[in-house]
Design a protein around this ligand. Structure first.
Ligand code: FNR
Length: 385
C-alpha cells in the first residue's frame, strides 16, 4: 500500500471509515449530543486568518520545542485514547512505534489496552501516562508508582470525565461496555466480517491496567466495566490535584481545562502544564473551542506553565495558529487514530508526516524559523465571518 495516496487527514478518515465496522468508526469519530463542540473545535481555526511575513530568510527552519522536560521534533503530542486495540491489532504499540520514530511524545490512557510496563518497554523516547483520581485513591497511587518505576516523563490528569458524555452514535449502535448491540450496530459489524470475527473473538479489549484489581476482589459480581465506571469520583477537587502533584513530584499536566481561572488554579496546585481541551467534543456539547481559549489562558498564566491546545487539529496551519495565539504545542487524537485504523503503525506515521509537512511549509511561508517566532502578530480574527 502506498502511503502517498493520503494527502490529508480527511483522506485517512475516509480510509478508516472504509476499514472499520460502523460502530467502531462512530466511536472514534463521534462526539456528544449534537456534536457542535466536535465540529466547532476544527471550524474555530477558520475564525483566525494568518498574516504572513515575507523575505525573512527561512533557509534554516527548526520546529523543535520542549514539553514535559524533553525536546521534541515538532510541537505535537499524541493524546491519550482508550480501547485502542479495538481500532487495529497493532494497538498502542503500533502508535508508539510511529511516535517514537517521529520524535514525538505519546500518552498512554488509563483505559488503554496495553499495560504501563509493556508500553514503557516499547517506547524508548518521550512517554506519558494519563491518569484519573479514582474513588480508590490506592489505585491512583499504584499508577503513580508504576509510572515512576517505568520512568515515564510525565502524568496527564484528565479532569473533565467525572461522567461520560452523552454520545448518541454509540447509543444508536448499542456500543457500550459490554456491548449490547442494536440492529444498526449488529449490521455494522456484519458488514465487515473480515474485520469483525478475528477482532471480536481473537483479542481482549480489557482495561488491562486495572484488571488485576477486579481479579483480586474475593467476592461479588463486579465486572471490570462496572468497577471502572464505579471509580469515577465526583468529589474530586483541586486539593486532590495538590495531593497527586506531591505524590508524583514530576511534570504534571491537567487536561480538560477551558477557563483561565482553572489554568491558574492548576498552576497553584502543582501542575506545570495545562491541556486546553473539551475532550474532542465528547463531553459537554457546546463547550468552547480549545483554540478560542488559548489567548485568554496564555494571558492568565503569563508564561508560568506550558500550554497544549488539544482538539480539532486537522491541518498544519491549525498548529501554527495555536502556537501564534500562545500554545507551546498541540495534541491530536482522531488524526492518528484514523491513521491507525487505515493502516496500523504506517498509517499513524502518515498522519504525523502530513501534519509535519503542512506545518513546516506554513512556517516557511509565514516567515518563521522556529516556534518562538510565532506570535499574535501573525494571526488576526477573520473579517467578515
Ligand atoms: C479520547 N480521549 C480521551 N481522553 C482521555 O483523557 N482519556 C481517554 O481514555 C480518552 N479516550 C479517547 C478515545 C477516543 C476514541 C477519542 C477520539 C478521544 C480524548 C483525547 O485525548 C483528545 O482530547 C481528543 O481526541 C482531542 O480531539 P481530536 O484531536 O480528536 O479532535
Amino acid at each position: 500500500m502506498t502511503m502517498k495516496k493520503w494527502h490529508n487527514i480527511s483522506g485517512l478518515r475516509g480510509s478508516a471509515k472504509a476499514a472499520l465496522p460502523l460502530p467502531v468508526f462512530d466511536y472514534i469519530d463521534g462526539g456528544a449530543e449534537d456534536e457542535l463542540s466536535l465540529h466547532d473545535a476544527t471550524r474555530a481555526f477558520d475564525r483566525y486568518d494568518i498574516i504572513p511575513r515575507m523575505l525573512m530568510d527561512v533557509s534554516q527552519v527548526s520546529s523543535q520545542t520542549e514539553i514535559f522536560g524533553r525536546r521534541i521534533e515538532f510541537p505535537v503530542m499524541l493524546a491519550p485514547t482508550g480501547l485502542t486495540r479495538l481500532f487495529h491489532k497493532e494497538a498502542e504499540l503500533g502508535v508508539a512505534r510511529a511516535a517514537t520514530a517521529a520524535g514525538l511524545p505519546y500518552c498512554l490512557s488509563t483505559l488503554g489496552t496495553t499495560t504501563i510496563e509493556d508500553f514503557a518497554d516499547a517506547v524508548p523516547g518521550s512517554k506519558l501516562f494519563q491518569i484519573y483520581i479514582f474513588k480508590d485513591r490506592g489505585l491512583t497511587e499504584e499508577f503513580v508508582e508504576r509510572a515512576r518505576a517505568c520512568k515515564y516523563d510525565g502524568l496527564v490528569l484528565t479532569a473533565d470525565t467525572l461522567v461520560g458524555g452523552k454520545r448518541e452514535r454509540d447509543l444508536a449502535n448499542g456500543l457500550s461496555l459490554p456491548p449490547r448491540l442494536t440492529m444498526r450496530g449488529f449490521l455494522g459489524f456484519a458488514a465487515k466480517p473480515r474485520w469483525s470475527l478475528p477482532a471480536l473473538f481473537g483479542s481482549k479489549f480489557d482495561f488491562v491496567n486495572v484488571a488485576h484489581r477486579v481479579a483480586a476482589m474475593s467476592a461479588g459480581p463486579t465486572t471490570l466495566q462496572d468497577y471502572v465506571a464505579g471509580q469515577f469520583d465526583r468529589t474530586v477537587t483541586w486539593k486532590d490535584v495538590e495531593w497527586l502533584a506531591g505524590k508524583w513530584g514530576g511534570p504534571l499536566a491537567v487536561k480538560g481545562i477551558l477557563h483561565p481561572g482553572d489554568a491558574v488554579t492548576a498552576l497553584e496546585s502543582g501542575a506545570d502544564t495545562v491541556m486546553v481541551s473539551n475532550h474532542g467534543g465528547r463531553q459537554i456539547d457546546t463547550a468552547a473551542a480549545p483554540i478560542d481559549q488559548i489567548a485568554p489562558i496564555a494571558d492568565a498564566v503569563g508564561g508560568r506553565m506550558k500550554i497544549i491546545c488539544d482538539g480539532g487539529i486537522r491541518r498544519g496551519s491549525h498548529i501554527l495558529k495555536a502556537l501564534a495565539l500562545g500554545a507551546d504545542a498541540v495534541s491530536i487524537g482522531r488524526p492518528y487514530l484514523y491513521g491507525l485504523a487505515a493502516a496500523g503503525s504506517t498509517g499513524v506515521s502518515r498522519a504525523i508526516d502530513i501534519l509535519r509537512d503542512e506545518f513546516d511549509r506554513c512556517m516557511v511561508l509565514s516567515g518563521a524559523t522556529c516556534p518562538d517566532d510565532l506570535n499574535r502578530e501573525l494571526v488576526r480574527p477573520h473579517i467578515g465571518a
